[in-house]
Design a binder for this molecule. Structure first.
Ligand code: MIG
Length: 707
């Protein structure tokens, strides 16, 4: 028998090299960049979607002191993150409490806003990210009590702590996002201009808003319905006296290219005969008090119950309720009051009454007077009341204060999980006021009740990258401010920034100046700003989808792109917007320009209207740039292209087959434009178009291209 002619040596080489490459892949993937640590007994928030083994190493970077985690910061360390919070991009110098709170009228000295975004990155001598996963309160004292000390109060008490190392700041963010799942992608129309006001209270109000925008030629894609559309503020009802033709109105508006977006509040009115209330009581789907009975709180509907969205069955039940509006032609919602916000409970109101009676008898002194005031009005922000009611969770009956920060998250999850069944392949707009990391898979956020203050415009800018880090890409603030009376110049500057935020919504309270763009003498110019937004939508949408799919951010601090530039690291009033653009809006009243820092040579684009612009190459460094009130500028990065379409009155009318491309650099530049039908989930990002342009002798690209 002859031995077959086989080259054993060659086979051995092949086997070895296959083995070697698998080994490489394995070591690369297994390289533990994310490490998990457990302190105490941990409630599963379901923020994390990856299965990670608990690390056997000791906790790196942070020291454990009782229930707290500690880090000594060097002078040059920068701390990024913490999502929706006041103050800077660099979070040093304040104490931020993660306790979702209804904070209407917040300011720089507010410690807790509506969200709990427990992720931060320390960047300096050492670089690492920390995600403290707990549904309970936790506080980040970032050099407030002691300048050089980061103390995470409660970070070592019933928490899962994830330490993330990475090759860059962006890489650390990407790993957090991989850990917590892909960001929500809304329908494309949700990138249009949206108009809201607490106070549009009948069908004709809505029609008037739409008509006046059309008369002005100002693009508009949606009008919001605040609590006034409901019957006695009852969720999933319509006040037929004021909206007799709700279905016809919805259809008529959609035909015109405008969607109606109703609000849903967390609390359900206590009222016999109201189906949502009765079902909730019967099935045990509301949070309960000490006595096991549905716990009653007072919010807009008066006495109300809170759906127990931490109980999976109740969550499914509540989510299905949205169907009654979807079947009436609605395809977008905003979830409000879901911190949950409570005006008072029996206990807090009775305590206030008792105190009032007591001080009345004893002739009230001035200190008692202020205590009395606080007892009647301070409940909204008090944490005490959260100890008085309970949830039925998969992990047993738990008092609300221990799981407080995941209530809004689960209300929003309820809705989105139901949408998946009601309209499996259709994207429905959804965003929430309260949120927790992980909720970014189910919807976006708006940043709550800000005020018509110039520093809230600056805060809006600073918050965007931090919010993006935590996964919330679909986000934005109430443009022009929810509270307060916006001046025309503030609204102008705010819109000039707002055209970059995915959620671009002008919203205000009933008792504030009307601020639809057509209310102002400069309405024509304001609508030019909005038209420019529409020209940017192909790029915005493309960058949004890339960020969502790549676990990346849409808005970045300059330092995330120019890592070794110590000047860029200190910039708090400019942002990178997608791969091609740097923005530097005017944030100060009466300013006619501003200093801008360019980390590299860039092309300045100066907008005089939506269609008229001037291009000017600028060298790296610091420049004072004149920017009169009715002009705006942004910058295109060297080596990059910006595609623009023609404006249109509605997103559906935008034509991305004809583009104007602006760019700057040397030789051939390219951009990958991502697009899709804007509505289906299965089609997200399905159209990929490579745009290639060549620069002229001045290094500029300015070209019209057609598909
Ligand atoms: O207690 O629904 O943040 O956007 O207009 C106020 C009325 C309740 C708070 C929301 C705001 C909304 C308002 N809501």
């Amino acid at each position: 028998m002859s031995v077959p002619d086989v080259d054993f040596f060659a086979i051995a080489v092949i086997i070895f090299s296959v083995f070697k490459s698998t080994l490489c892949i394995m070591t690369k993937e297994n390289k533990q960049m994310v490490k998990k640590y457990i302190f105490g007994s941990v409630f599963n928030t379901e923020a994390v979607v990856e299965d990670i083994a608990v690390s056997s190493d000791s906790l790196p970077y942070l020291g454990v002191h009782g229930n707290d985690l500690l880090y000594k910061m060097s002078d040059d360390d920068i701390v990024y993150g913490l999502g929706e919070n006041v103050r800077g991009i660099n979070k040093r110098g304040w104490r931020y409490i993660s306790r979702c709170t209804d904070q209407t009228g917040h300011s720089e000295s507010t410690q807790a806003l509506y969200a709990a975004h427990n992720f931060l990155i320390v960047d300096g001598a050492e670089r690492f990210g920390v995600f403290v996963d707990t549904p309970a309160e936790v506080t980040f004292d970032v050099g407030f009590t002691a300048l050089d000390t980061l103390r995470i109060e409660g970070g070592a008490e019933n928490c899962a702590v994830y330490i993330i190392e990475g090759e860059s700041l962006s890489d650390i963010v990407k790993q957090l996002r991989k850990l917590t799942g892909s960001s929500y992608i809304p329908p494309k129309w949700a990138f249009g201009h949206q108009q809201s006001r607490w106070g549009y209270s009948c069908s004709d109000d809505v029609r008037a808003v739409v008509r006046k925008h059309a008369e002005l030629g100002c693009p508009l894609d949606s009008v919001y319905l605040d609590i006034d559309y409901m019957d006695e503020y009852k969720d999933f009802t319509i006040d037929r006296r004021r909206f007799p033709d709700f279905e016809a109105l919805t259809a008529e508006m959609k035909e015109k290219g405008v969607r109606l977006v109703p609000i849903i509040d967390a609390a359900v009115k206590v009222q016999e005969g109201y189906d949502v209330y009765e079902e909730g009581v019967e099935k045990g789907y509301f949070c309960t008090g000490e006595d096991g009975k549905p716990f009653e709180v007072a919010v807009w509907p008066g006495r109300s119950c809170l759906p127990d969205v931490l109980n999976p069955e109740a969550r499914e039940w509540f989510g299905k309720k949205y169907e009654c509006l979807i079947s009436r032609g609605i395809d977008g919602f905003w979830n409000d009051m879901n911190e949950p916000s409570i005006f008072y409970t029996d206990k807090t109101l009775n305590a206030a009454y008792d105190y009032a009676n007591k001080v009345q008898e004893s002739n009230i002194d001035i200190n008692s007077y202020f205590i009395l005031c606080e007892m009647f009005t301070g409940n909204l922000r008090s944490a005490e009341q959260y100890k008085d009611f309970y949830h039925n969770t998969p992990e047993g009956r738990i008092s609300h204060d221990k799981v407080h920060n995941i209530y809004g998250y689960n209300m929003t999850r309820a809705a989105m999980e139901a949408f998946g069944k009601i309209a499996p392949d259709r994207r429905i707009l959804l965003f929430s006021r309260s949120s927790y990391i992980g909720m970014h898979r189910f919807g976006g956020i708006w940043t709550g009740d800000n005020t018509a203050h110039w520093d809230h415009l600056a805060m809006n800018l600073k918050m965007m990258p931090s919010i993006n880090m935590c996964g919330f890409l679909y986000s934005g603030a109430d443009l022009g401010g929810f509270g307060g009376n916006v001046s025309e110049d503030l609204l102008t500057r705010w819109l000039q920034f707002g055209i970059f935020t995915p959620l671009m919504r002008n919203h205000t309270a009933w008792n504030c100046r009307e601020k639809e763009v057509y209310q102002f003498p400069s309405a024509k110019y304001l609508s030019e700003i909005i038209k420019l937004r529409y020209r940017l939508i192909p790029y915005l949408y493309s960058e949004y989808v890339k960020a969502a799919k790549g676990n990346d951010m849409l808005f970045k601090p300059l330092s995330f792109v120019f890592e070794n530039d110590s000047d860029a690291a200190r910039i708090e009033d400019q942002l990178m917007w997608g791969e091609s653009v740097m923005i530097a809006p005017v944030l100060e009243q009466n300013a006619r320009g501003r200093y801008v820092y360019l980390p590299e040579d860039m092309l300045m684009v100066r907008w005089l209207s939506a269609d008229e612009y001037k291009l000017e190459p600028m060298s790296a460094g610091r420049h004072y740039i004149e920017i009169p009130l009715r002009e705006m500028v942004f910058f295109i990065r060297k080596g990059h292209l910006l595609p623009l379409c023609a404006s249109a009155e509605h997103v559906r009318d935008l034509d991305a087959s004809k583009l104007t491309v602006i760019g700057y650099g040397e030789g051939e530049l390219s951009y990958e434009l991502i697009d899709d039908d804007g509505e289906s989930i299965s089609g997200i990002g399905s159209i990929v178009r490579k745009i290639v342009c060549t620069t002229d002798a001045n290094g500029i690209v300015e070209e019209s291209i057609a598909d």
